[in-house]
Design a protein around this ligand. Structure first.
Ligand code: ATP
Ligand code: ATP
Ligand code: MG
Ligand code: MG
Lengths: 259, 259
C-alpha cells in the first residue's frame, strides 16, 4: 500500500527540501517506487532534482486542481524509481483559489487517491511543504498518513514546534484521523555548538521516541549537491550527510517492513 | 519623517529576523527612535527581543485590525529608543481575515499612518515578514517606503529572488508607487565556501549597486544571541556579526542623512 508522508515545518530554512530530496532518493535506491510532490512555489525540490523551469509544462498546481490528466503532471528524474510532480510559481495563487472551494482541505488528498485509480503505483509519496501553515500545507497534512518534521538545531527552531503540533492535532480531529508523526528529525546538527546540543537534548527529553534516532549533521556537501542537480548519494555518497540520510531511510523502512 | 522598511524574502531561514533585530538595535543605539513590527506568527523577533509570550496581551494582530488603541499594542524593549509590536499565533488567521476585506492590501499601511495621528513618532519602522508572499507580506510591501532583502549565500536562495522582484514591481505599479529596494543583503557569508562566493558574485554582477556593500558573515554568535534575548551588540559587541550589522546601519543612515 502507498505511504504518503508530508515533510513540513512552518519555520523557514530548517531542511525540509534537503530532507525531501535525499530521503526520497535513498528509498528509491533501495528499490522503492517513490513520488515526490513539490508543494512549494519556490520549486527548490524540483530544481534540486534537475527539473529545468522550461520543462515544467504541468505542475503540482495542475495536479491539485485536476487541470490535466494526472500522468501528465508527473515526470521522471535521473533516478530510477523516483518520479516528481514539479512546482512553478503558479502555486502561489493556490491558497486563495482553495479558499473558496467546498473541499478546500481535501483537494490534494483527492488527487493522490486518484493516482491509484490511474494505475500509477508508488510505495512512498513525499510532499515537500512551503514554510507556512497555509492551505497548501494543511492539504498536505490531510492527504498524508504521517509527517516528518525537520527541526533545525538552532534557538528559534523550537519556538514554532508547539504551534505545528497543535495544527497536527487539529487536523487529526477534524479531517484526517489517521495522521501520525513519523518523526522529528534533528537537522544541521553541529556537536561543537552548545545551542545545537541543547536543542537536541530538549527535543529528546520532551518528545522522546518521536525524535528519530538518526540526526543529520551540518555539512557543506549537502548544500552543494543541489547546485549540481544531484542528491547527496550521487554527489558525495560517503559524506556524513549522505550516510545520515541513508540511515534515516532504513530507520523508516524498518517500521514498515516489520509491520 | 518616518522611514518604513520591510524585511522580506519568501525563502525561509535567510536571516530576516536576525537582520530585523540587529539592524533595529544598531540604529536605536545611534539615537534613532525605532519601532519593530513582528509580522510573523512564529514571533521570533518578539522572543529575540525578550518579549515573553505571556506578556503579549496585545499584538500585531490587534495593530493591523485596530482591535485596541495603537499605543496598547506597542511595548518597550530593554533597548532605549526601540519599541516593538510583538506577534502571537493569532496572526496565522490574518491572511484569511484580510482576504474578505475591501482594503485588504492597506490595513497595515492605515495602522502605521495612524501612528502619526496618535503622536507616536518614530524615525524608522521595521517590519519583520514571514517566509511567504502572502497577504501579510503584501501588506508590508504596500506600507513600506523601501525593502531590505536578506539573501542567504546558498544555492537555493537565488531561486526565489526573481519572484520576489516581480512581486515588488507589481506592488509598485498597483498599490505603492514609491516602494523602492533599500538593498539586497548578503547573509551567512562564508569565504571558505565556493557556493557562498559564487552567490555573492552573481548577486553583485546581476544586481549591482542594489546589493549592500556590507555583507553579514556566518557567525555562531549571531545565532546564540537571541537565546539570551540580546541583540548581537549586547551579547558580543565586537564579534564579526556585531560589527557587520553596525556597518549596515551606517550604510543605510548615510543615505538619509545626506538627502
Ligand atoms: N544538514 C545540512 N547541512 C548544511 N546545510 C544544509 C543542511 N540541510 C540543508 N542545508 C542548506 O540550508 C538551506 C536551507 O535548507 P532547505 O532549503 O532544505 O530548507 P527548507 O526548510 O526547505 O527551506 P524553506 O523553508 O525555504 O522551504 C539550504 O541552502 C540547504 O542547502
Ligand atoms: N549570519 C548568521 N550566521 C549564523 N547564523 C545565522 C546568521 N543569521 C541568522 N542565523 C541563524 O539562522 C537561522 C535563520 O535565521 P532567521 O531566523 O533570522 O531567518 P528568517 O529568514 O527570519 O527565518 P524565517 O524564514 O523562518 O522567518 C536562525 O537560527 C539564526 O539564528
Ligand atoms: Mg524548502
Ligand atoms: Mg523570521
Amino acid at each position: 500500500d502507498t505511504r504518503v508522508i508530508a515533510i513540513a515545518n512552518q519555520k523557514g530554512g530548517v531542511g525540509k527540501t534537503t530532507t525531501a530530496i535525499n530521503l526520497a532518493t535513498a528509498l528509491s535506491e533501495l528499490g522503492k517506487r517513490v513520488l515526490l510532490i513539490d508543494l512549494d512555489p519556490q520549486g527548490n525540490a524540483s530544481t534540486g532534482l534537475g527539473r529545468e523551469l522550461r520543462d515544467r509544462t504541468y505542475s503540482s498546481y495542475d495536479f491539485i486542481f485536476n487541470r490535466t490528466k494526472l500522468a501528465e503532471t508527473i515526470s521522471e528524474t535521473k533516478y530510477e524509481n523516483l518520479d516528481i510532480v514539479a512546482s512553478t510559481t503558479d502555486l502561489s495563487s493556490a491558497d486563495i483559489e482553495l479558499y473558496d472551494r467546498e473541499r478546500k482541505l481535501y483537494q490534494l488528498k483527492d488527487s493522490i487517491s486518484a493516482l491509484r485509480r490511474a494505475e500509477l503505483h508508488y510505495d512512498f509519496v513525499f510532499i515537500d511543504c512551503p514554510p507556512s501553515l497555509n492551505l497548501l500545507t494543511l492539504n498536505a497534512l490531510v492527504a498524508s498518513n504521517s509527517i516528518v518534521v525537520p527541526l533545525q538545531s538552532e534557538f528559534f527552531a523550537l519556538e514554532g514546534l508547539s504551534q505545528l503540533m497543535q495544527t497536527i492535532t487539529m487536523i487529526r480531529k477534524s479531517s484526517n484521523k489517521s495522521l501520525r508523526i513519523e518523526g522529528i528529525l534533528v537537522t544541521m546538527f553541529d556537536a561543537r555548538n552548545r545551542i545545537s546540543r541543547q536543542v537536541e537534548d530538549d527535543a529528546r527529553s520532551h518528545l522522546g521516541s518521536l525524535v528519530f534516532e538518526t540526526r543529520i549533521p551540518r555539512s557543506v556537501r549537502l548544500s552543494e549537491a543541489p547546485s549540481f542537480s544531484q542528491s547527496i548519494h550521487d554527489y558525495d555518497r560517503y559524506s556524513k550527510g549522505g550516510q545520515a540520510y541513508r540511515k534515516l531511510a532504513w530507520e523508516i523502512l524498518r517500521r514498515y517492513e516489520t509491520s
